[in-house]
Design a protein around this ligand. Structure first.
Ligand SMILES: C[S@@+](CC[C@H](N)C(=O)[O-])C[C@H]1O[C@@H](n2cnc3c(N)ncnc32)[C@H](O)[C@@H]1O
Length: 210
């Protein structure tokens, strides 16, 4: 992702009440942050936030947490949120490698949208559907494990299908052309909107594990 320099991104992110400053403190008790027991869904690598903000607006009875490692990107979502004032969405500025130190058996669904593909074999562990990450996700899911992925990258999609299946996930609603029949409830991400303009095909899957 090309990063535009955003003046004072760190300061804006750190000053926002929508950004959780010490996410480790809430481990196992994120329901207290939201003040309710609604399910909690997360998006890892949320970028500028179009998807997670859209989801939070569409589903007020679900709690959402967006995770993004670069403050220079996250700041765009913060700026949008300050105007919208949603009470079912918080953001965390961190690398998802630490995800199992931040959540404990309290997550309902994980969304992975247009994740970095890490094409080189030696970087395969960094893919967000690698066994290393799936093991971490096991520790944060509450009940049934649900991972929903969208990507334009065929190689990452094929890798994810194999990795998720090998790990015991059952795949449903797998498509290599989401826009052949776009579901009514599809919420478009920032990257997705760009790909649609270029007529790039979008792959999507749902993965479930008990
Ligand atoms: C290609 S962008 C997609 C952004 C957004 N999901 C979308 O679809 O528009 C991938 C984003 O994931 C973030 N990212 C990649 N690896 C991450 C990680 N391990 N932890 C947190 N964020 C990560 C990147 O910084 C980048 O903003």
């Amino acid at each position: 992702m090309r990063l535009k320099k955003v003046k004072d991104a760190d300061n804006i992110v750190n000053a926002s009440k929508y950004v959780i400053k010490n996410p480790y403190e809430y481990k196992g008790q994120y329901n207290t942050l939201f003040n309710n027991n609604n399910p909690i869904s997360i998006e890892i690598g949320m970028g500028k936030g179009d998807f997670i903000i859209g989801m939070a607006m569409k589903y007020p009875n679900v709690n959402f947490i967006g995770i993004e490692m670069f403050s220079s990107v996250l700041v765009r979502a913060v700026q949008k949120l300050e105007e919208l004032k949603l009470d079912n969405l918080y953001l965390i500025n961190m690398d998802a490698s630490d995800i199992d130190d931040v959540f404990d058996r309290e997550i309902d669904t994980i969304y992975l949208n247009f994740s970095d593909p890490w094409p080189k074999n030696r970087h395969a562990k960094r893919r967000l559907t690698s066994k290393l990450f799936l093991e971490k996700y096991d520790l944060i899911f509450k009940d049934e494990k649900k991972i929903f992925q969208k990507t334009d990258n065929i190689d990452l999609f094929a890798y994810s299908i194999e990795s998720l299946s090998n790990y015991g996930y059952v795949l449903k609603n797998v498509t290599m052309d989401l826009y052949k029949n776009e579901p009514e409830d599809n919420v478009r991400t920032e990257y997705e909107k760009r790909f649609i303009e270029k007529n790039t095909k979008i792959c999507r899957l749902e993965a479930y594990k008990r």
